[in-house]
Design a protein around this ligand. Structure first.
Ligand SMILES: Cc1ncc(COP(=O)(O)O)c(C=O)c1O
Length: 447
């Protein structure tokens, strides 16, 4: 629970949001929120519009946005090419319930950027893509079991839900610790596994808990050895971390890849892409028991395709990704300088999504995508949740909208001025939290 003063101050500056929150609480059971990441005590602001790196709430408060459509908007809000593509297509027709030329153009752009995308199956969300990938793998291999990794996020439903989620059963899913190839190989040796699935970059938003490079390079060799398919879930990282996704950065070729978020330019999207021989299980000429019939009202609808084409054309030269990574590096460097000056035990790390770690520093990693500890328990320390929530609230009060003070999603629209303001807001928020005792200078003792 955030300290009473800051919560009161926050509410007073947001009377319009408060009223909407009270109405929302009577409608939406998750504390009035419509997404788990939009829950905050007392509430997150109600936004009316956004442009570039900024968004504004019903009370006229301005925020530098580090949510960026839950990671989907690497071009920033309201990029003119995306707006134009959607507007033009809206006038031509929302949905033809037919094949249409845009889907072909979009598909060609995707496979041009991601060479492993020999075949593409489009759906409406990243999670749907993951569920489809599981079915494809099972139908192709004739096996049932799946390996997933602790903390890796793939959606909320059925077998892609987080480990231990209420209301789902996953008897055929085995969860393994991250970064231990021997454990994976031992499990795969049973030859019962259809699929190994990993989150691109690492667990949570492109790698709050990153994959070690040795592990990730050995993984495809081990899956191949035992006839298991490898899926990289690039729903967050696809066309964000580089033109060819995170797999291009690390030089790994999976059998299947799932995409979402950025690939649709901000319109709901999901896709499974991969090896032509594997994707053949969707061929309607196959016998019914050996094929998947895919339906889905929103698959490759014209608006999705038009926005997707406009976005992918901009991703082609790698410039937006480069810009997002450069501004991400600036936030990391400036933020870490500030944390060190204040002797706060914490670091910012990551590429186009910057993660804030507060806790003991075990070592100074040479790779900026890595946290200063290998301890999973420290990176996702539950004792940090109330501290991060309060920090998130204090940042919102200063016009900085983060994802729970855990993630800063960067875009090509963020500027150095945005980052300077952000680091100043982070510094004064942390100062206040230290003054009130909410945060200790040395976080090593937080349990
Ligand atoms: C790595 C990853 N996979 C899958 C999903 C699910 O995508 P969607 O919300 O589009 O269903 C998410 C959502 O954030 C994600 O981060």
């Amino acid at each position: 629970m955030a300290s009473a003063n800051i919560a009161e101050q926050y509410k007073q500056a947001r009377p319009g949001s408060l009223k909407l929150h009270e109405r929302a609480e009577r409608l939406f059971p998750a504390d009035g929120a419509t997404h788990g990441a939009r829950v905050l005590d007392p509430f997150r602001p109600y936004i009316t519009h956004a442009k570039g790196s900024k968004k504004w709430d019903v009370d006229g408060n301005e925020y530098i946005d580090y949510g960026m459509g839950h990671g989907a908007l690497i071009l920033g809000h309201g990029h003119p090419a995306i707006v134009q593509a959607i507007q033009e297509q809206t006038a031509k027709g929302l949905h033809y319930s037919e094949n249409q030329p845009l889907e072909v153009e979009w598909g060609e752009l995707i496979s041009q950027m991601m060479p492993v995308a020999e075949r593409i199956e489009v759906c409406a969300s990243g999670q749907e893509g993951n569920l489809m990938a599981i079915r494809i793998a099972r139908t192709f291999t004739g096996r049932k079991k799946i390996i997933r990794f602790e903390e890796n996020f793939h959606g909320w439903a059925g077998e892609v839900a987080p480990e231990g989620s209420a209301g789902v059963t996953m008897p055929e899913v085995t969860f393994l610790p991250m970064n231990d190839i021997a454990v994976v190989e031992k499990e795969l040796a049973s030859r019962e596994y259809a699929l190994v699935m990993i989150e691109g970059g690492g667990a949570h938003m492109a790698g709050q808990i990153p994959w070690e490079y040795d592990f990730i390079r050995e993984l495809p060799l081990v899956t191949k050895k035992y006839g298991t398919l490898l899926l990289i879930d690039e729903v967050v990282t696809g066309f964000r971390e580089s033109r060819g996704g995170w797999q291009e950065l690390v030089g790994v070729k999976p059998d299947l890849t799932t995409l979402g978020k950025c690939v649709g330019g901000g319109i709901p999207v999901g896709a499974v892409v991969g090896r032509a021989d594997v994707m053949e299980v969707l061929d309607p000429k196959r016998p019914a028991e050996k094929r998947i019939r895919h339906t889905g009202t929103w698959n490759a609808n014209p608006i999705q395709c038009a926005a997707g084409i406009a976005a992918c054309k901009l991703y082609l030269n790698g410039e937006p990704q480069k810009k997002a990574a450069e501004i991400g590096a600036y936030l990391r460097e400036q933020g870490n300088k500030m944390l060190k000056e204040k002797k706060i035990s914490g670091r910012l790390y990551g590429r186009t999504i910057i993660h804030l770690y507060l806790g003991p520093i075990e070592y100074e990693p040479s790779d900026p995508a890595f946290p200063p500890t290998r301890s999973l328990a420290q990176i996702i320390n539950p004792a940090m949740i109330p501290i991060k929530n309060e920090l998130c609230l204090r940042l919102l009060e200063r016009g900085i909208a983060t994802m729970g003070a855990r993630f800063f999603v960067m875009s090509a629209a963020h500027t150095r001025e945005d980052v300077d303001r952000t680091v100043a807001a982070l510094a004064s928020s942390l100062d206040e939290m230290m003054a009130t005792g909410a945060l200790k200078e040395s976080l090593a003792g937080v349990k």
